[in-house]
Ligand binder design. Structure first.
Ligand code: E4P
Length: 226
């Protein structure tokens, strides 16, 4: 399963990229607005930091506007994926952009039927929002299971990009179901790394190592020079 970072914060993108842990980046207008910086410069910097799909969302509400924005985005960098909302206009734009070989991430998906329509329109990625469904008391991960089954039943090539991820359990469940990608906020990525037994184990290793005198810990090359 590929892991994307769900962030427009360039510091987070650089840090996550330095761990070798991310395969791409997703953004949305809310994440970009938080940065309050030049949109296209930010996009360029993200593309220069991570060599993988970088999703940027259109903000037009009509298909023509989305298509025009999409065409502009992809001129900036070949890794850019155009994000369109799962509306009738978004589906029209997906169909038009995909017929020009421009890759589209159809976002704001909340039902399996919506995911089916997006695949038929030529979506490259479908982004079902699990956390927002959980927030309403609906099982978000059941949606991932349903989409996986439907896409497999009919051999749709659209990749399932699990979005609106809130905690490490969402990542584990997405991987068990066989989602193609999960996009996660930096704090969830950070939580994936951490384990109290790792910290405790490392602490004990260091304490035991420190008990040895320096004279028996020197590497042979240092001994040879002295
Ligand atoms: C990513 O593509 C989505 O825009 C994002 O995961 C939404 O997450 P949220 O529900 O936490 O805002």
């Amino acid at each position: 399963m590929k892991i994307f970072l769900d962030s427009a914060d360039i510091k987070e993108v650089k840090e996550a990229a330095s761990w070798g842990a991310i395969d791409g980046v997703t953004t949305n207008p809310s994440l970009v607005a938080k940065e309050n910086t030049d949109f296209f410069e930010l996009l360029k910097e993200i593309c220069e930091t991570v060599d993988g799909p970088i999703s940027m969302e259109t903000t037009s509400l009509d298909a023509e506007g989305m298509v025009n924005e999409g065409r502009t985005f992809v001129k900036l960098h070949p890794n850019i994926i155009v994000k369109c909302p799962l509306t009738k206009e978004g589906l029209k734009a997906t169909r038009a952009l995909s017929s020009e070989n421009i890759r589209v991430n159809v976002t704001l998906c909340f039902s399996a039927n919506q995911a089916l329509l997006a695949a038929k329109a030529g979506a490259y990625f479908i982004s079902p929002f699990v956390g927002r469904l959980d927030d309403l008391g609906t099982e978000g991960m059941q949606l991932i299971q349903d989409i996986r089954q439907i896409y497999d039943n009919y051999q749709f090539e659209t990749e399932i990009l699990v979005a609106s991820v809130r905690h490490p359990l969402h990542v584990l469940e997405a991987a068990r179901i066989g989602a193609d990608i999960v996009t996660i906020p930096f704090k969830v990525l950070d939580a994936l790394v951490k384990h109290p037994l790792t910290d405790r184990g490392l602490d004990q290793f260091m304490k035991d190592w420190d008990k040895l005198p320096d004279s028996i810990k020197r590497p042979p090359s240092i001994d040879a020079r002295s």
